[in-house]
Design a protein. Structure first.
Length: 275
């Protein structure tokens, strides 16, 4: 990936992070840690890779993204707003009673949301169904889904993994946000689901392991996975929870806590420096 493109994606990722923080701060609730860890991926997908058009959000041939870790909706909403699906001003209404931007993605009311998610494990199952539909109908679109590492303790994730391999869903790419923390603490101490690479390989998936904050590695992995035939792919992304805000990075308390005014202003200032 050339330097001009990487610079653009870094700027988009910073804006996605700022928007996600604005959501959580305005609502005084939400999940900043995991939203910040997937911002680079969402910048890449929405501004580089996915075949989408904000002016035609329901085009049946569009690529789909299913945010299986639906509690990190602030990052998704921010990505959609900055991509032009709706005004960035709406981010300030996150979780407000009369807002379309509620705590989990809602495909009925939010332009650009391809599947309503929130119950962990549900999203990857839905993504498998969407991918199978494309196979049956012969449609060319691709399906992407984003999983949390803590979410992968859910049995439904592995049922979906079996399903995807059985039906040879090579039009499906899953991204595992491996930041090592969930609401109750380190995943290794709660219910350790690792090693992810060996488990997915055993379930019949093509596996890539990358730095989830490195655009060259993200791009190379996605392009490699798109060439794989006869099996689904998972890209295990090693990430930092709370990425981009020094006092949030690798701190489990920021899984589901909103910053106060001083913390918010400090976080915004840190991210704005990268712009």
């Amino acid at each position: 990936m050339n330097e001009t493109k990487k610079k653009l994606l870094k700027e988009k990722a910073a804006k996605i992070r700022l928007g996600a923080l604005e959501c959580v701060y305005s609502a005084n609730s939400g999940h900043p840690g995991g939203s910040l860890s997937v911002a680079d991926l969402l910048a890449y997908l929405y501004f580089e890779k996915m075949n989408i058009n904000p002016e035609d959000p329901d085009n049946p041939m569009r690529d789909r993204l299913v945010l299986s870790k639906g509690h990190t909706s602030p990052a998704l909403y921010s990505a959609l707003a900055h991509r032009g699906y709706f005004s960035t001003e709406l981010l300030k209404t996150f979780r407000h009673e009369d807002s379309i931007l509620q705590g989990h993605p809602d495909m009925k009311n939010v332009p650009g949301v391809d599947m309503s998610t929130g119950s962990l494990g549900l999203g990857i199952s839905a993504a498998c169904g969407i991918a199978l539909s494309a196979k049956v109908s012969g449609d060319p679109y691709r399906v992407y889904t984003v999983l949390g590492d803590g979410e992968s303790e859910e049995g439904q994730v592995w049922e979906a993994a079996m399903f995807a391999a059985h039906y040879k869903l090579d039009n499906l790419i899953a991204f595992l946000d491996y930041n090592g923390l969930q609401i109750d603490g380190p995943i290794a101490e709660v219910i350790n689901p690792a090693p992810f690479d060996e488990k997915f390989k055993a379930f019949g998936w093509n596996v890539c392991v990358i730095d989830g904050h490195n655009f060259d590695e993200i791009d190379e992995a996605v392009n490699t996975c798109m060439e794989v035939k006869g099996k689904p792919s998972v890209i295990i992304m090693k990430t930092v929870k709370g990425k981009g805000v020094s006092f949030m990075e690798n701190e489990v308390e920021w899984h589901g806590s909103a910053p106060n005014k001083e913390q918010y202003e400090t976080a915004v200032a840190e991210i704005e420096k990268t712009l």
